[in-house]
Design a protein around this ligand. Sequence first.
Ligand code: HEM
Length: 194
Amino acid sequence: MNSTAPGYTYDQTLAPSPVSMGELDELKASVAWTDRDRAALRRAGQILVPRAEEILDVWYGFVGSHSHLVGTFAAADGQPSGEYLAAVRKRFALWIRDICERDYDQRWLDYQQEISLRHHTERKNQTDHVDSSSSYVPLRHLIALVAPVTLTIRPFLTDGESDGAQVDAMYAAWLKAVTLSVALWARSYAPSTW
Ligand code: HEM
């Protein structure tokens, strides 16, 4: 996997997230996060990162089969833009790596704010310089996608690990991490009541 992609600014100077580390700790507690989840996700990363392209095939297949989802990747004419989809896909692959392997430190928190803004009117389309008919990803779909993004991961985990208890641990850690991420990304949509 390439370790970077156009528009991937994780390792560059990032604006500080408005979310404090204390709020992140509370959110982790709300998804029932424990140190064991960090270890389980690192193990999951060993299975999932080498298969990121296959996972993305599944997710892009899902998004592509729903016009209301793929419509957010539209060009100015309202038709899905292959270039836009491809550009985001490269960063999506890095996200699979990051969610499994990165420490959830200040930099991680700052990049979650960046991803939040990129789904929102605030910054959507800017990273890839897209002239799009879609100005934001609806919050309801952002939240709803936690389900398919989680459910589709289990077959990859069972392929890579024969111990059922380990699979369960990795699967639970993945669900918690995706839920945590989307909870952070929701902030741009409701900053005063987040
Ligand atoms: C669990 C749910 C979701 C996850 C994990 C996810 C993940 C991501 C990631 C990793 C990126 C690239 C971030 C970067 O620039 O580094 C991204 C961008 C994007 N996502 Fe999502 N996403 C989710 C939900 C959705 C939904 C529901 C839609 C559409 C309805 C969507 C549409 C987009 C679009 C259009 C972009 C590009 C935004 C831009 O112009 O910069 N996402 N998403």
